[in-house]
Design a protein around this ligand. Structure first.
Ligand code: ADP
Ligand code: MG
Length: 350
């Protein structure tokens, strides 16, 4: 038990990850069909060669999204994509989703239809079937909970725990854009709240806004890796920020890492806009959430196959655990990675 003199422990003392660990640490798995339970991007279930992948995520109005600037269609699309991303992060293919929603009478049929237009659009794009869900009422805002189910081959599933010394650390796409998209939306919302006569100025930020409002999951990369016969030794999707995910991956694999600031993939608009906001672009890439890119490790021998791939950047390598988890800055200095990733339980009281 956690000690507390008033016999009450505040949840933000544990944080989101501490709470999950506390609640699940005594689970004893009863079935041999539970190949991987809590602790990865998705659970892995099955008996034979082909396994099922299951993952679930919940989005709450006011915590994960703000309907004053997020269109419902985009919200539906993004809610599906962030679930599918966890399936791909296991090196598996998504096939089905279930969608549960809680609605208040503030929503019209037309509004819910918009939400579902986004959900169906994502189902088309990612080739998944909507196979069920639940509908209920809410007293305080919209809640969307989605479960995604996928399949993979048992021997090519990538866990968070498989990284080994000298593996190359790779990320897909570029980082930091979704976070800066959010900063722009929040800024324009504040301007509008202060003076409703001023129209939002969102011009010139198409890429950043798209990355925030309509992210994509990297199904293409999973297919590409399969085509190249590369099985990542470990993998995780980047939902909370690169630093936070690197720490998960290293802790689960019991290794350390050295990643290089100068290698972090960033779009030019990220560098420009970060400076406009007086932010360090690298900090946005390391700690900004919601990129839904993949972070994975591969054996050193895959270097030739990956080095000139436009979708993949090698940002560093895995070390022995004793080396710690480090970012090496452009001037050669080494800093320990810290997770300032998105953390709903802490954020509320920040
Ligand atoms: P992700 O960011 O990839 O969606 P999370 O950080 O949400 O992963 O969850 C980490 C792990 O903890 C996952 O395996 C997830 O299934 C599990 N988990 C999260 N919340 C709970 C809970 N309330 N009870 C049991 N397991 C949970
Ligand atoms: Mg994940």
């Amino acid at each position: 038990m956690i000690e507390d003199k008033n016999n009450r422990t505040e949840l933000n003392e544990l944080g989101e990850f501490g709470l999950i660990e506390y609640l699940t640490k005594n689970i004893e798995l009863k079935h041999t069909s539970t190949i991987k339970g809590v602790g990865d991007d998705a659970a892995i279930i099955g008996e034979g060669e082909k396994v099922r992948v299951v993952t679930t995520d919940m989005l709450l109005e006011g915590v994960h999204f703000d309907l004053s600037y997020v269109p419902l269609k985009h919200l539906g699309y993004k809610a599906v994509v962030c679930n599918l991303s966890d399936v791909y992060a296991m090196n598996a293919v998504a096939e089905q989703i279930t969608v549960s929603i809680a609605l208040s009478n503030r929503f019209s049929l037309e509004a819910v239809e918009e939400l579902y237009a986004g959900i169906y659009l994502a189902c088309e794009k990612y080739n998944v079937d909507l196979v069920g869900g639940d509908t209920t009422s809410s007293l305080s805002g919209l809640v969307i909970s989605i479960t995604a189910i996928g399949t993979g081959k048992k021997e090519t599933i990538s866990y968070r725990s498989g990284a080994k010394n000298n593996d190359l650390i790779c990320v897909t796409g570029d980082l930091g854009a979704a976070y800066l998209g959010l900063q722009i939306l929040e800024r324009e919302k504040k301007v509008f709240m202060d003076n409703p006569n001023i129209q939002p100025d969102l011009g010139g930020h198409d890429y950043l806004l798209e990355r925030q409002l309509k992210p994509e999951a990297r199904k293409d990369v999973i297919n590409m890796l399969a085509g190249m016969k590369i099985v990542p030794t470990s993998m995780i999707d980047i939902s909370d920020g690169l630093s936070s995910e690197l720490i998960h991956l290293c802790r689960n694999s019991e290794v350390g890492c050295n990643v290089y600031d100068e290698k972090l993939p960033m779009d030019t608009s990220v560098i420009q806009t970060a400076r406009d906001f007086n932010l360090d672009p690298s900090v946005c890439a390391l700690n900004g959430g919601e990129d839904y890119e993949l972070l994975f490790t591969v054996d050193m021998s895959e270097h030739e196959k990956l080095k000139n791939n436009p979708d993949i950047t090698i940002i560093g390598h895995i070390t022995e655990a004793e080396g710690g988890m480090n970012i090496i800055t452009r001037d050669g200095r080494q800093h320990e990675l810290t997770a300032q990733g998105w953390n709903a339980l802490l954020k509320k009281d920040d």
